[in-house]
Design a binder for this molecule. Structure first.
Ligand SMILES: Cc1cc2nc3c(=O)[nH]c(=O)nc-3n(C[C@H](O)[C@H](O)[C@H](O)COP(=O)(O)O)c2cc1C
Length: 453
């Protein structure tokens, strides 16, 4: 795994082949039920492990999961190493690589117009005990903005309603506002949903539209270092990836709503019920021998792309006020947004608190942030705990701001509608560096245990 490859991987088949060669792909040959059992297997390894289910009960198509749930493998899918992902993401937002339009592509090798039952060919899974039904949770949605010129991707779960219908949960105020404007004209909003895509496409879909306004498929091209091919859809005026495995084309209908939820959410609690817009699918296109895909809700695979885009924004924001910032970590268990660890080379006494202020400015969802010196491994929870235990004096190094905003995906915030912020400056005072030097053993880094046992 890891390192630059001469051949860029732009589709999931090549990734399956690559991870088969490197022994990273787990093949599940036992038949699994798409209702609960498949998800339980994926969740057993927290969605960190790339898996291919060869036999899903009632279906002939293989199904993959866990392809973007581990930093090292996510990086490997782009031909880089884990520490390079966030710098690569920042660079890709600034210098995207435009997609190439093709007249035809593999994703249209098979075309079903006006499908009657969406679940005839591809399984729809149920994940958590109290979920209101079966859901498409991993499809990358493509829409155009109101001017018809800009293209946006994102992931929005769709509950299967039977026949050719789903509903769709869109929490983005901007996209819902766009839909409502089209709805007010009595018109539907055209959508396409891509399944069976590489981790870079999932990652780029999480880049905030209102912050960057960049074409996210172009960002995905830059992430893998190669332009991605797109083809025009058959029944809607949108482009989709030519190398996606499956595409649903359709329309978000005006006026109609269907109840959605409860659903096991990102924070490992159930979200409530609410009426949501309805999508009518007008075509399904797919490659020969298609590979179907899911992302287990609340797994590492769902959280990692969210954390990475937040790390990119956090790093850029902190860097504006603390040039000595070295690395940042948004931890996954804290809903991939509530906790940040910031590593700095402290050059001025106030750098620690300044970095914390910048961190809270970078993302309203952040609740607790810790800043540490360069000698602390921010990827090792034990090392961070050690720094907090041995370098923080709570009366001096901790600040709390009450009554700020928080994340709608965080249960205690939702209860009150407000969130408190806590910053911990776990850096030591510059003039006392000598008292805070870590113990070390000469030659320890060269010890190879196999030479001793
Ligand atoms: C696996 C996965 C599932 C997601 N499901 C939803 C969803 O059901 N509804 C939603 O609004 N956002 C969902 N998101 C988050 C949005 O995709 C994300 O906020 C959005 O793409 C950000 O882009 P935007 O600024 O263009 O809205 C999901 C993200 C991931 C990675």
């Amino acid at each position: 795994m890891g390192g630059e490859r001469s051949e860029m991987i732009t589709n999931i088949r090549d990734l399956i082949e690559h991870w088969t060669e490197t022994n990273d792909l787990m093949r599940i040959q036992k038949e699994v039920d798409p209702v609960f059992e498949l998800g339980a297997v994926v969740n057993h390894l927290k969605g960190r492990q790339p898996m291919i289910f060869e036999k899903v009960k009632g279906y002939d198509v293989p199904m993959v999961a866990g392809f973007g749930g581990d930093r090292e493998r996510m990086a490997d899918s782009m031909g880089i190493r884990a520490p390079e992902i966030v710098p690569r993401l920042i660079q890709s937002i600034v210098q995207p690589i435009a997609t190439r339009s093709r007249s035809t592509g593999p994703v249209q090798e098979n075309v079903i117009l006006e499908p009657e039952e969406l679940d005839d060919l591809f399984p729809v899974c149920q994940y958590h005990a109290e979920d209101s039904g079966t859901y498409y949770v991993s499809g990358v949605l493509v829409v155009k903005d109101l001017s018809g010129k800009k293209r946006y991707t994102s992931i929005r779960r769709m509950q299967y309603l039977g026949g050719n219908r789903t509903n769709i949960l869109i929490t983005s105020p901007e996209l819902m506002d766009q839909y409502r404007q089209i709805e007010a004209r009595g018109e539907p909003m055209e959508v396409a949903v891509m399944f069976g895509v590489i981790p870079a496409v999932v990652l780029s879909s999480q880049v905030s539209s209102h912050l960057y306004h960049t074409d996210k498929l172009d960002i995905a091209g830059a992430l893998v270092g190669s332009p991605l091919d797109v083809v025009a859809c058959q029944t809607v005026d949108l482009d989709v990836l030519a190398e996606a495995e499956v595409v649903f084309e359709g329309r978000m209908l005006p006026i109609e709503r269907e109840m959605e939820g409860p659903f096991g959410e990102l924070g490992h609690y159930y979200g409530g019920e609410a009426p949501q817009p309805v999508v009518e699918i007008s075509a399904i296109t797919y490659r020969n021998q298609p590979v179907w895909q899911t992302i287990f809700p609340s797994s590492h695979e769902e959280k990692l792309p969210m954390a990475l885009v937040r790390e990119a924004t956090l790093l850029s924001t902190v860097r504006q006020v603390v040039p000595g910032v070295k690395d940042v970590h948004i931890t996954l268990p804290a809903v991939a947004r509530c906790h940040a660890i910031i590593q700095i080379e402290k050059r001025h006494e106030g750098d620690g608190k300044q970095a914390l202020l910048a961190a809270f400015a970078s993302d309203k969802d952040l609740k607790h942030a810790v800043v540490v010196n360069q000698d602390v491994d921010i990827w090792d929870p034990a090392d961070v705990e050690w720094a907090i235990a041995t370098r923080v004096q709570a009366d001096r190094d901790v600040f709390i701001v009450s009554g700020a905003n928080g994340s709608p995906l965080e249960a205690s915030h939702n209860l009150r509608g407000l969130s408190a912020k806590m910053g911990l400056d776990a850096t030591y005072p510059l003039q006392e560096a000598k008292a805070f030097r870590r113990t070390s053993i000469p030659g320890a880094e060269n010890i190879d245990l196999s030479q001793y046992v």
